[in-house]
Write a protein that binds this ligand. Structure first.
Ligand code: SF4
Ligand code: SF4
Length: 342
């Protein structure tokens, strides 16, 4: 007869999760130490990590919690439309945390229901995690964290991790056969365009393109790193794309719901021309790191991209943006004009 742990794992695999493990809450005991170490290595990152302190002691808020069910699902199996390839980071294109049409989102709901039917009390934060997700996944035997800070399974780093706290003592450690990063490999570090990733497991999040082009970077005209954003408009995958452990791991076998319809609206030109209403209804619910009133930030990101990857066809867009009613868009456009046409 199956234990409750096995029943949960079997259900997860039946639904299509790639990895599932269960750890006691105390298995996270070293996480706080690693967290502080991380800040000590890069003291400028202290403010950034303040918001994540809530992850250090889940028992403060959930004193009944006894174990953590950790799961990994693979998004490195979806077709990437050419309009957005290398411009929008893949984790955001295939963000299964918020897209109710995605199979993975539905799996998550089904599994939660199943655990509750088994009599478990559960808690989760589906958007931002209820514990340190990568650390929990490693403790649960799902895979390893590599030098670029990303979590890997046998499918590479293109994985979404989620976790539930439960009120039952449980443990079921998964296995993997992943090797550590090869000796001497530092491709991710040398490839990082802003040097945010400065040495193994060491980064300054506020210098990361994924931060600066999404919820950070509110003053890009005065941000010297903007010149290093390369092809990125929203998010960055460079330190994952160059990793040999990701080679051949992305297989474009499936269509992600609605993405092929949405992608043509996300070209640089179409983002600059986008209307507020369309943005609020069609784009923001998927790319939720920016609010419904922050289309301006997308437009500033695009102007930055156009400046860094200038082509003659961008000129009318940049020139028109110099007259935009939004001050931040105007400022960025005028700066790019002065740099390009002075
Ligand atoms: S996501 Fe991009 S900017 Fe951020 S650490 Fe990786 S390579 Fe650097
Ligand atoms: S690029 Fe090399 S060092 Fe960086 S995560 Fe991949 S294997 Fe590890």
């Amino acid at each position: 007869m199956n234990t409750i742990e096995q029943m949960i794992q079997n259900k997860a695999y039946e639904l299509g999760y790639e990895k599932c493990g269960i750890i006691p809450v105390h298995a996270m005991k070293d996480y706080a130490e690693k967290f502080e170490e991380r800040i000590q290595k890069v003291p400028e990152s202290k403010m950034f990590y303040q918001g994540q302190r809530r992850l250090l002691n889940p028992l403060d808020k959930y004193p009944w919690a006894k174990s953590i069910v950790v799961l990994a699902s693979r998004y490195g199996k979806y077709k990437i439309p050419k309009y957005v390839k290398d411009h929008i980071a893949k984790a955001y294109l295939f963000d299964i945390r918020v897209d109710a049409n995605s199979k993975e989102f539905q799996n998550s709901q089904n599994l939660e229901q199943y655990m509750q039917q088994l009599g478990l009390k559960t808690a989760a934060d589906h958007k931002f995690g209820i514990v340190g997700l990568r650390w929990a996944a490693m403790q649960a035997g799902l895979g390893i964290i590599r030098r670029n800070n990303f979590f890997y399974t046998q499918y590479g780093s293109w994985m979404h991790i989620e976790a539930w706290l439960t009120d039952k003592d449980m443990e079921l450690i998964e296995t993997h056969n992943l090797q550590k990063c090869p000796n001497g490999c530092n491709r991710c570090i040398t490839a990082c365009p802003t040097h945010s990733l400065s040495s193994p497991y060491t980064m300054l999040p506020t210098a990361c393109i994924s931060y600066l082009t999404t919820f950070g970077g509110r003053d890009l005209p005065h941000e010297p790193l903007r010149k290093n954003f390369g092809n990125c408009i929203y998010g960055c995958d460079v330190c994952q794309d160059v990793c040999p452990m990701n080679r051949g791991k992305w297989e474009e076998n499936y269509n992600f719901p609605n993405l092929s319809e949405l992608a043509p609206f996300l070209t640089p030109e179409n983002i600059l021309n986008m209307e507020e209403e369309f943005y609020r209804k069609q784009i923001q619910p998927k790319f939720f790191y920016l609010s419904g009133s922050e289309l301006w930030k997308w437009k500033v990101d695009v102007l930055c991209f156009m400046g860094n990857n200038y082509q003659e066809k961008y000129k009318p867009y940049i020139t028109a943006a110099c007259e935009n009613k939004n001050e931040k868009i105007r400022e960025m456009a005028q700066l790019i004009c002065s740099e390009l046409y002075a």
